[in-house]
Design a protein around this ligand. Structure first.
Ligand SMILES: [Mg+2]
Length: 262
């Protein structure tokens, strides 16, 4: 029996404002059988409270402290593990305020050495931030770390806005440096949960609707995955990829039946 399920949210548990049919029953089943679950998002730009409020309002049993994670937590854990202290950060104030254990360098100066340039999805971007980051990347051996590689972020009405991956591409074109991405599909997030919950790989299951993030992170970390067909990736899309989910179900409604079998 699996001990921890890592859920994607949009397209997996809800579609926009609507809870996917059967989701509530699935979470009741998990609670009854003491299977732990967490919700993980690549978006580090705002508080997890908005996700918590949404999931809680659907009637799903959850705690803000215990069940919700974003690349913010993964980033902090990665920086500490790698002994990275002096950083130049491009991010919303929300994320910068979370980085109190690090020395945030304010601007580029010729004689300052830093450990890393950190890039995150930001809706508060100003050109000077890109300039400073580019100059540090060009003139020092600073690592280049990104919270996620998503090129675009979905908003209402099927539209998209630029995300962290696009910004990192701009910096790559300027400096030739390629960012190390931490969000899905980087296996670092699975390692984070393995450490935090003290689990083995076979204890973990990743459930999501997007093959190139949700499923690929599981493939990269060598853990089992379930693709739900209720969101972005459709069954016919699967042949375009040279990797595949461990299991495929039509929606989260079928998860309890699957868990009884595996
Ligand atoms: Mg999704």
């Amino acid at each position: 029996m699996k001990k921890l399920i890592i859920f994607d949210m949009d397209g997996t548990i809800y579609l926009g404002k609507d809870l996917i049919d059967g989701a509530l029953e699935t979470f009741n089943y998990l609670n009854k059988n003491k299977i732990e679950y967490v919700f993980f998002t690549n978006n580090s730009s705002h508080s997890l409270e908005s996700y918590y409020t949404k999931i809680n309002n659907f009637g799903i049993k959850c705690s803000l402290e215990k069940n919700f994670y974003s690349t913010t937590e993964v980033l902090i854990s990665y920086l500490k593990k790698n002994n990275i202290k002096d950083i130049y950060v491009i991010a919303n104030k929300f994320l910068r305020d979370k980085l109190t254990d690090f020395n945030l360098i304010k601007t580029y100066q010729k004689d300052i050495k830093i450990d890393a340039v950190v890039a995150a999805f930001t809706t508060e971007l100003v050109y000077d931030e890109l300039r400073n980051a580019a100059l540090f990347l060009e003139t020092t051996n600073a690592k280049f770390i990104a919270t996620n590689r998503d090129y675009r972020c979905p908003i209402e009405d099927g539209l998209y806005i630029p995300d962290c991956g696009g910004m990192c591409e701009w910096l790559r074109l300027t400096t030739g440096k390629v960012a190390h991405d931490l969000g899905k599909p980087d296996p670092e997030i699975i390692n984070y949960f393995l450490d935090k919950y003290n689990l083995k790989k076979e204890d973990i299951l990743v459930v999501g609707d997007r093959i190139y993030t949700d499923i690929l992170v599981a493939v990269n970390a060598n853990v089992d995955s379930v693709m739900v067909l209720s969101g972005e990736t459709k069954l016919e899309d699967l042949k375009k990829y040279d990797y595949s989910p461990t299991y495929i179900i039509s929606s989260i409604k079928e998860l309890p039946d699957l868990l009884k079998k595996i």
